[in-house]
Design a protein around this ligand. Sequence first.
Ligand code: AMP
Length: 430
Amino acid sequence: MSFDQLNLSAPLLQAITEQGYDKPTPVQEKAIPVILEGKDILAGAQTGTGKTAGFALPLLELLNNQAAKKPRTIRALILTPTRELAAQVHESFVTYGKHTSLFSVVVFGGVSIHSQIKRLQGGTDILVATPGRLLDLLYQKKINLSQVQFFVLDEADRMLDMGFIRDIKKVIDVLPKQRQNLLFSATYSKEIKTLASQLLNDPVEVAVARENTTAERISQRVYPIKKENKRELVSWLIGDGNWLQVLIFVRTKHGADRLCRQLINDGIRCAALHGNKSQGARTKALAAFKEGKITALIATDIAARGLDIDQLPHVINFDLPAVAEDYVHRIGRTGRAGAEGEAISLVTQDEAHLLYEIEKLMNKQIPRVDDTGYETVHLKVAKKTKAKSKTNLNTRKRTASKGRRESSDSSKQNSKHANHQQAKSRNRNR
Ligand code: AMP
């Protein structure tokens, strides 16, 4: 199918061509006609599938077909879980709508509310917002949502994970009853299904991947390794593979800063992205990463949510996430929109139970790298942990017992140490 067959008008088709998109992605192919028909949708689409254009293009089309309102009133509201995602969704509306006269504004926390109020006073057709800042603006009566006709909940599963359900409900309460609702979620938990049943009116279900499965084009590998060897292995992988862009996930903000300092020591240009960083620092780090000025971006799950980096080739899970679904989100950062990607997980014996949960969720085993160049680690899950996870799939967050530390076979020689030294000096020279 081509974009021409989707009933989009010339200004949008022109913007699509300028973006270099040849054909719609599966989620776009399915969602765009349904949205144009005015129906509610429940879309199961992972990040990286082109889902943003999947709702932005038809909404721009529908808005553009209406008579222009003066002053502009908010007719489409998009809620996202994080600032970065809000900024990117807004950017998409601006990009795809650049040959229309429609206007988009984005609001999120962590930056001055006054400049946002000023921008809103100029009027806008589309508002992209994070829930907290939107409520602040509503309480201050700086925003009027009485004319909203289109409401999008983007990455709804993550919003619930982040505890936004009450904020979402408060927003929904002030919206006009008559409106079109679009709900996008990478995973379908019981909570998402409940929210969908409350929010959506006779929705069309649009699913582009099987529930809770990871994109098949992403090559995944596990390096069983001891904790103290992880950092060196990362430096080696980057140097040996001559990687230019890698996103590295860590569990804590402190861990992100520490790893960043260590990689800089190894001659790798990197930056840490986490919740303690100011919005300015986050934007700067992301821009430097996108422009290739830094090789490694080290991020916590929350900070990485919504990052849109075209064709990110490598993702490393330096720590495995405590929640198995986060693994799916993390590796979704690579292999975006048809590109091939590689996701590598460095797993200690202590994390074996987390790996077990991830593989259970995906219903497949991730291939292990036998010769990591370091002491052999056998990833074994204690029986108790397996039994526990069986009875309590949904509340496994942070509850799984720690697997017993496996004694490592110290007889294996570290055959890659010499390579590490070479990689180190190569990195310094970059
Ligand atoms: P998303 O899943 O919305 O975060 O989009 C992932 C990436 O896919 C973005 O960088 C988009 O620019 C890109 N993209 C969206 N639609 C297409 C398309 N039809 N062809 C190629 N790339 C696309």
